[in-house]
Design a protein around this ligand. Structure first.
Ligand code: GLN
Length: 484
């Protein structure tokens, strides 16, 4: 077989089942790509030896016919998921020596299904960012870069870059305000943030607990469906995980879109929306229309408040979640003359600038006197944004929007780095979905004039990932996007 790392997960599983390849052979091929691709800086920690041992077990299971759902598939894991006995950093100096004594539920589910872990993938520090440039371990390079190095998007930038460059068969990501969908869009991959509560957050280093969700980034829609099936499920260790049966996602992709009502929100087409983005958006709608779907303009009137709401609530939760990194219990410690000094020194040198900014904003909006003006108002707005979607879903079955208003930009772009607000604006199409807890998928629709991938987003009703996958599979078939 030519290059086995170019296969999708579903194709690879067939080849493994038919004994055309072994998992050890496959894992070695991915390890070779990892080594060749080190300049992308996609991995923070590589686990080649461990991976090969897992692959040997997988091969034995194929021999004895005891192969499981993802037996022998080499995956990359975002370094926000705690992995037992494997360093887990959240791309932060403050955790750069942290070796968890336990496994996150999502990664445990993948291991129980026979997956092989190649290593831990780079991200924005504590998943705060949209370009992977806030990582303590340095930026990730988008494999689609030509003359200048481009960002892969963030925060799951390592995951998307590794999938795009065939340095893993698929990867895990997390999404608090777009961190699966945006990097997937920038790197020409497919990624889904499932409904809040679909995947357990146990063992995922917390950013903003009411928004964080795990999900896969993969080569295509079917791979995402398969990966999500393994990752999802009720977990009593996470009180916000939902006790709802996980459908057989990959086998439910054959549905018809005839008669399905696809909502197109008018507020997502602001004046000045990039022409290419707008025309691909129309094209995606045309594809569905040609298959018998009904395209309907809908309204999500509170969209204009979504970014402000998100950038109050996410930092508020982050400031509370990150209070635990004090240099006492675990992680990095900088000494000090007294306890206060130790705290200050540890947190000043342990956290990067963006994380410090979020902690400052979060502490401010939660403090007496400002709580009512910011935090409480944002909570009320969150409810209104949620209600907008619920109203819209009375008139449509699914919502179609672009994933991002722009394509990948150069690493070190001054307009983004000098004014963080410009970076935050890129999340305009993704954050509402997290505020409302809905499932949303991004898939590549085509290339921009300068040859960079553009993503389309499909937003579903709560726990209706099946429809999201189904519609995405149809667009994928028609768009015929060529992977890198
Ligand atoms: N870009 C957004 C932020 O910086 C989203 C990050 C995420 O989803 N983890 O908050």
């Amino acid at each position: 077989m030519s290059d086995i790392t170019k296969l999708t997960v579903c194709e690879t599983l067939k080849a493994l089942q038919n004994k055309e390849i072994s998992s050890v052979e496959l894992t070695k091929a991915y390890i070779e790509n990892m080594e060749k691709g080190r300049h992308y800086n996609a991995y923070i920690t590589e686990c080649a030896d461990k991976a090969l041992k897992q692959a040997e077990i997988a091969d034995k299971n194929y021999q004895s016919g005891n192969n499981r759902l993802l037996e022998g598939i080499p995956l990359g894991i975002k370094d926000l998921f705690c992995t037992k006995d494997i360093r887990t950093t959240a791309a932060s100096h403050i955790l750069d020596n942290f070796i968890p004594p336990y496994e996150s539920t999502v990664t445990q589910n993948l291991l129980n299904d026979g997956a092989v872990f190649l290593g831990k993938l780079n991200l924005d520090e504590f998943a705060m960012g949209g370009s992977n440039e806030t990582s303590y371990f340095g930026p990730v390079v988008n494999p689609w870069s030509k003359d200048t190095d481009l960002v892969p998007g963030g925060s799951s930038g390592g995951s998307a870059a590794a999938v795009a460059a065939n340095m893993c068969a698929a990867a895990t990501g997390t999404d608090t305000g777009g961190s699966i969908r945006e990097p997937a869009a920038f790197c020409g991959c497919t990624g889904i943030k499932p409904t809040y509560g679909r995947c357990s957050r146990y063992g995922i280093i917390a950013f903003a607990s009411s928004l964080d969700q795990a999900g896969p980034i993969a080569k295509d829609v079917k791979d995402c469906a398969l990966l999500l099936q393994s990752m999802a499920g009720f977990d009593e260790k996470d009180s916000t995980s939902c006790d709802i049966a996980v459908p057989d996602f990959p086998n439910l992709l054959n549905g018809d879109v005839k008669g399905l009502v696809v909502g197109v929100p008018k507020e997502y087409r602001p004046q000045g929306l990039n022409d290419e983005v707008a025309s691909y958006w129309d094209k995606a709608a045309e594809y569905l229309k040609a298959r018998g779907a009904i395209i309907k303009e809908i309204s999500l009137p509170h969209t204009k408040y979504a970014l402000a709401t998100y950038y109050v609530l996410a930092p508020a939760e982050a400031s509370s979640n990150l209070a635990r990194y004090d240099g006492i219990r675990y992680g990095f410690r900088a000494e000090g003359k007294n306890l206060d000094d130790l705290y200050i020194n540890t947190r000043t040198s342990g956290f990067g600038k963006e994380v410090q900014r979020r902690i400052m904003i979060g502490t401010y909006v939660l403090s007496a006197g400002y709580y009512d003006a910011y935090y409480l108002k944002a909570q009320k707005m969150r409810r209104l944004i949620h209600n907008d979607f619920m109203e819209a879903f009375k008139q449509c079955d699914i919502i179609l929007t672009p994933t991002s208003p722009i394509t990948a930009f150069p690493i070190g772009d001054e307009s983004m780095l000098e004014n963080p607000i410009n970076m935050y604006l890129n999340d305009v199409f993704t954050v509402s979905v997290n505020l409302a807890g809905l499932p949303a998928l991004s898939l590549p629709i085509g290339l921009s004039e300068n040859g960079l991938p553009l993503g389309m987003q499909l937003i579903g009703k709560p726990f209706d990932e099946v429809t999201v996958f189904n519609v995405a599979a149809k667009i994928e078939e028609d768009a015929k996007f060529e992977r890198k």
